[in-house]
Every structure is written in C-alpha cells, then in structure tokens.
Design a protein around this ligand. Structure first.
Ligand code: PMP
Length: 306
C-alpha cells in the first residue's frame, strides 16, 4: 500500500525542475524548486508546521490555545493547515491588500482572518496581532518576523533538500525575501555545507534592502519594511531589486515556456536568477526558489499585468 497518514506529511520534498528555455543554457543550468507542490500551496507550509510544533512543544499555549500571526497570507495558510490535526485555533492578521484567494483559503482551513488597513503595511498587521495577543487568553503570537524558528524551518528542511537534490552542487542560490526566513535559513545551511556558495537575495522595488525607501509594489509575498533580526546581511552576496513589470513578465514566460504556474515573487526571483546566469562562471548550477502558484492571484489579473 502506498498512502500518507495525513496531508501534513506532504509538506516538503518538493520537486526541483530544470529550466528548459534558459537563454544561458550553453554555460549555466538553472533549477527551480517548485514550492507550490506543498499541500497548502506554498513554501510557508514548512514554516506553519514548525511554528505549530514549537508552540506545542515549548508549551507557549495549551492544546486548546490560539495562535495569532501577522501574515501576507501564505504563512496563515501554512499555520491553518498544520493546526488541523490539533485543537489549536488560528487567527491571521492580514493587510487588506493581499489576495482574496489566500484569505479564502485561510478561512477554508478554519482560520479566522482579521484585516488591517493596506496603507499601514505589514507593520500595521504586526501591531494588531500584538494587541490581540494581549486580549485573548491562552494565545501565542509566533511573530515570524522576529522568531528564530522561521529561518530554522528552512535550515532544517529546504536547505538539506537542495543539497540532496543536486548532490551538493549548488553554486548560486537565489530566493526572494518577505520575512527573509527562507533566505536566511537556506543561505546558512548552504554556506555551512560549502562556504563559496553564492547566496542571492531578491526584493521588489519598494523594499529597503538596497537602501531604497519602503513603498508599494504589486509583487506579492516579498519586500521588507524593516530588517528582521535573523536576517544576517553577511549572507547578501548580491541583492537584486526587481521592478513589478519585470517580475510579471517572467511569470508569463514561465507559464508559456516551462508550464510553471507561479506567483509574482517567483517571477522576481527568476528575473534575478537570469541576471546572475548572464554573468555566472561556465558550468555553474543556479537554484531559484518558486514559493507559490499563480492560481492564488487571478483576482489580481496576474497574467494580464499592466
Ligand atoms: N513568496 C511568497 C509568495 C510568499 O508568500 C513569501 C512569504 N511572505 C515569500 C515569497 C518570502 O518568504 P520569506 O518570508 O521566507 O522571506
């Protein structure tokens, strides 16, 4: 018999797929880690699983407690998915602007969604989550933007998978950053394995890593308004700040050329991976992370971006 005991067992072990229409394929190979194959549809299932496990093991709440988390959506989906085998309730605090599809999915998985004004950004959602935690008894706010469990989730699962998938031959690692957990955890793991791995962080315009001011952007899931404490800048071997139009253009190309149906943060990461490929040493392997799928952005006309 081949079956899984529960859907949570499907988290991780996502496929790594070679890009076929790589304009630099004569000298460089690009591989995409398709994180939309996780059961909740994104990379954040890995974090949700870790946060629920920590909350229980570290006795942050009782078995019947409440987890409250500020999220752009995917962490909320991951938390709600992970909490299904428990009696833990999940409240997601989401800035209004984030996609309806993600908000519907959180609710479908049993979470409560509380919206905060878009203009207050993620900082507004963080503030609201902290207030709720004080009001609700037996509650815990994992706070992905401060919690070392966030990079740890990726250090323990995604990083080792990348090394295993390519027999250790990861020369350049490219990932977008929202909380920075994916990047921080994988970059640490990869550098420990092989210190000369180049680790490349990607943000949209309107994010602060390259010294710009925080502002609005349509690329969803990445972009920082502040630098989380676990995001060690010594791992930033390169920073790419990608325009929305370029991210969405790459989303279209990935569908038509590769059959990969990805969200805009994947498009931004792919644009950065191509810019790296253009100047990489011959024989390099580039790994780029594709965090989620386009299907949760149809209400935002992801394939008709103007
Ligand atoms: N892409 C998408 C679609 C996301 O939802 C997120 C998480 N906000 C990221 C990328 C970035 O992941 P991280 O928070 O680990 O930096």
């Amino acid at each position: 018999m081949t079956y899984f005991e529960n859907v949570q067992q499907l988290i991780g072990q996502t496929p790594l797929v070679k890009i076929q229409k790589n304009p630099f394929q004569e000298k460089v190979t690009i591989y995409a880690k398709l994180e939309y194959f996780n059961p909740g549809g994104s990379i954040k299932d890995r974090l949700g699983r870790m946060l629920v496990k920590d909350a229980i093991h570290q006795k942050k709440i009782s078995q019947n407690g409440t987890i409250i988390e500020p999220t752009a959506g995917n962490t909320g989906i991951g938390l709600a998915m992970a909490a299904i085998q428990t009696n833990i309730k999940v409240i997601c605090v989401v800035p209004e602007k984030f996609s309806q599809e993600k908000q519907e999915l959180m609710k479908a998985l049993g979470a409560t969604v509380i919206n905060t004004p878009s203009e207050l950004g993620m900082t507004g959602a963080i503030q609201k989550a902290k207030e709720l935690q004080l009001e609700i008894p037996d509650s815990f706010c994992p706070m992905q933007f401060e919690n070392e469990a966030n990079p740890r989730a990726y250090y323990e699962s995604l990083g080792p998978e990348l090394i295993r998938d390519l027999n250790g031959n990861v020369d350049i690692f490219v990932a977008g950053a929202g909380s920075g957990g994916t990047f921080a955890g994988c970059a640490k793991y990869l550098k420990e394995y092989y210190p000369s791995t180049k680790t490349v962080i990607v943000e949209p315009q309107g994010s602060i890593l390259n010294g710009g001011n925080a502002g609005t952007h349509d690329t969803e899931g990445i972009g920082l308004e502040f630098i989380p404490p676990f995001l060690d800048e010594s791992y930033f071997d390169a920073i790419y700040t990608i325009k929305d139009v370029d991210a969405f253009q790459r989303v279209k190309e990935l569908a038509i050329n590769e059959g990969m149906l990805v969200g805009s943060s994947s498009g931004a990461a792919y644009e950065a991976a191509l810019q790296e490929a253009a100047k990489a040493e011959a024989g390099s392997n580039i790994v780029v992370i594709f965090p989620d799928s386009s299907e949760r952005y149809f209400s935002k006309h992801i394939y008709d971006y103007k």
